[in-house]
Ligand binder design. Structure first.
Ligand code: HEM
Length: 177
């Protein structure tokens, strides 16, 4: 059951009281960024080890990205104020693009991971990481500006009342669904 706290809105996708989406997002972000690093290492060394590594990092990025997206979508679809935030829509579209580009990138490399890098894979990896920079920033805004995914804490008293209450953040917007 979603709750509105004095300091924001509670996530509906949670485990033991902790929002699940922020627990999962580091995995796709790190995997996809390291895949780009491995692409560059391959171009620098021409050692196929790096091409295979980049392939598997993208595969891990895809699987964990889908898991993160399911948790993010759960919050997006079940908490109405989230759907009124433009940054949430941009975050959704950008990350759908990330998942789509990773799938295309993997298909490019499927038969020959090394040839896939020079045949467009590197460009896709660069574009994907640039999009992640923007969507990660937007995700941070959802948490730290709009106070989505809030938790009860003993320190969340009046003296810690956040800016969202005074700046018209999502936390001020009445019922959630
Ligand atoms: C590859 C997929 C995704 C990545 C890497 C990602 C990344 C992030 C990041 C970095 C944050 C900030 C977390 C924090 O600072 O604690 C965030 C928050 C958030 N994201 Fe995503 N995201 C992804 C997919 C999605 C999707 C598909 C949605 C659906 C709209 C979504 C909705 C949200 C929401 C509602 C928040 C606010 C916190 C919460 O409710 O848990 N995300 N995301």
């Amino acid at each position: 059951m979603t709750k509105q706290h004095t300091h924001g809105i509670e996530s509906t996708a949670q485990f033991a009281g902790h929002p699940v989406h922020p627990m999962l997002v580091p995995f796709p972000i790190v995997s996809i960024v390291l895949a780009l690093v491995a692409d560059l290492a391959f171009l620098g060394t021409l050692d196929p080890f790096w091409a295979r590594g980049a392939f598997w990092l993208l595969a891990v990025g895809l699987i964990t990205g889908i898991a993160a997206a399911v948790a993010g979508l759960t919050d997006f679809l079940t908490i109405r104020p989230v759907r009124r935030v433009n940054a949430a829509w941009a975050h959704l579209l950008g990350n759908a693009g990330v998942v789509g580009l990773v799938i295309i990138n993997l298909l490019l490399r499927w038969d020959d991971p090394a040839a896939g890098i020079t045949g467009g894979g590197l460009v896709l990896s660069i574009i994907t990481v640039l999009i992640l920079l923007v969507t990660g920033w937007l995700g941070g805004s959802l948490v730290y500006s709009y106070h989505l995914g809030a938790m009860d804490s003993p320190s969340a008293g009046e003296e810690n009342r956040p800016a969202a209450r005074t700046q018209g953040g999502a936390g001020d917007r009445g019922s959630h669904r």
